[in-house]
Design a protein around this ligand. Structure first.
Ligand code: MRU
Length: 331
């Protein structure tokens, strides 16, 4: 795969975080520089940087930049931590940075910032390794001639490298397997069309884009053999929050007898949430669904809207969880 472009890195001697602005894809690959906790939080909230693992990575690296530029650690942590509520990777990464900060509290400022940068880069490197392991564990589930469905974007653009739900796909393609990927467009913000289709096509994967309401007819026609999705938070009982629409795909998969796998790092598993009912679901603004990709109105002014960014798939609908530790089918 050619997904070796770095979409989140330190610049200006560690005083800035450069990220690919994902709101502009697929038409423009533009990088933006973030220099404060407020800018990092805003980039996460606006989905300039998105996808659970990448949110955690950007948060940790952004916190380093904020501290390097003179901001108070705890205040910067609070600002970044409030950016989005659902992906647990955000608080997970910030808690890990807080532990590092307290471990190195006796060092002088320069050395402490250096240690914080190292910790943040470790989070990124570990995530890249995790993605590869998910790919290695998951690739055996894909055989020649299969149709694979995915929802939202859980690929390179959402992680430290390679992706989670897309990792088995990239790994199977690297083995030379021939199969077709169907990407749900993923309304309202089109992560499937703008991001998943973009990176899969860039990597030479046979990709077919569908509207979200087409998955049922494809399954009815026997064209989908397996589903891989990512996750933003997995509760202790296995209930899984992921992009809105995931639940619908899981219900369909159950009905049509298609295996449905959730792929993600252990850092997305939150033992503090007993069930999916404990997961906070982000509600986003109306314009995301009343306006065609933020530009042209496509609904009347004043209409009520319901715009949850995620839904929760109950564990009964999930065939297995693919993590860096293997495939778990016991939940
Ligand atoms: O709102 P987004 O684009 O951040 O939502 C992303 C998803 O729901 C992904 O499937 C999830 O974060 C897993 S990314 C490996």
């Amino acid at each position: 795969m050619t997904n070796d472009w770095d979409i989140c890195y330190f610049s200006d001697g560690g005083h800035s975080l450069t990220v690919l602005d994902q709101t502009l894809l697929p038409t423009e690959e533009r990088y933006v520089e973030l220099r404060s906790a407020a800018e990092v939080a805003d980039a996460i909230a606006r989905l300039v940087v998105r996808g659970a693992p990448l949110i955690g990575i950007a948060a940790a690296m952004g916190l380093c930049v904020a501290v390097a530029n003179g901001e108070d650690f705890e205040e910067a942590r609070r600002t970044i931590g409030a950016a989005r509520p659902t992906a647990v990777n955000l608080s997970w990464a910030l808690e890990r940075m807080a532990r590092a900060n307290s471990e190195f509290r006796n060092l002088n400022f320069e050395l402490r910032v250096e240690q914080l940068r190292e910790e943040a880069l470790k989070i990124k490197d570990e995530d890249a390794e995790t993605c590869h392991k998910i790919g290695q564990f998951g690739r055996g589930l894909i055989n020649d001639g299969m149709g694979v469905l995915t929802h939202c974007n859980a690929g390179h653009l959402a992680t430290g490298h390679y992706g989670t739900a897309l990792a088995p796909i990239y790994a199977a393609a690297e083995e030379g397997k021939q199969f077709r990927v169907y990407a749900d467009e993923t309304r309202p913000l089109l992560q499937g069309a703008r991001l998943t289709a973009y990176e899969l096509v860039k990597n030479g994967i046979d990709t077919t884009l569908i509207c979200d309401n087409m998955a049922a007819s494809l399954m009815a026609a026997g064209k989908i053999d397996i589903v891989f999705v990512g996750c933003d938070r997995v509760a202790a009982n296995g209930d899984t929050a992921n992009k809105i629409g995931t639940l619908g795909v899981a219900v369909l998969a159950k009905h049509f007898g298609v295996p449905f796998y959730v792929c993600g790092p252990q850092s997305t598993f939150d033992s503090r949430c007993a069930t999916g009912a404990d997961i906070v679901i982000e509600q986003r603004r109306s314009e995301e669904i009343t306006t065609m990709h933020y530009a042209k109105p496509m609904a009347p002014t004043g209409v009520n809207t319901y715009n949850p960014s995620f839904d929760v798939t109950p564990h009964e609908l999930i065939t297995g969880y693919i993590t860096e530790n293997g495939i778990d089918t016991t939940k």
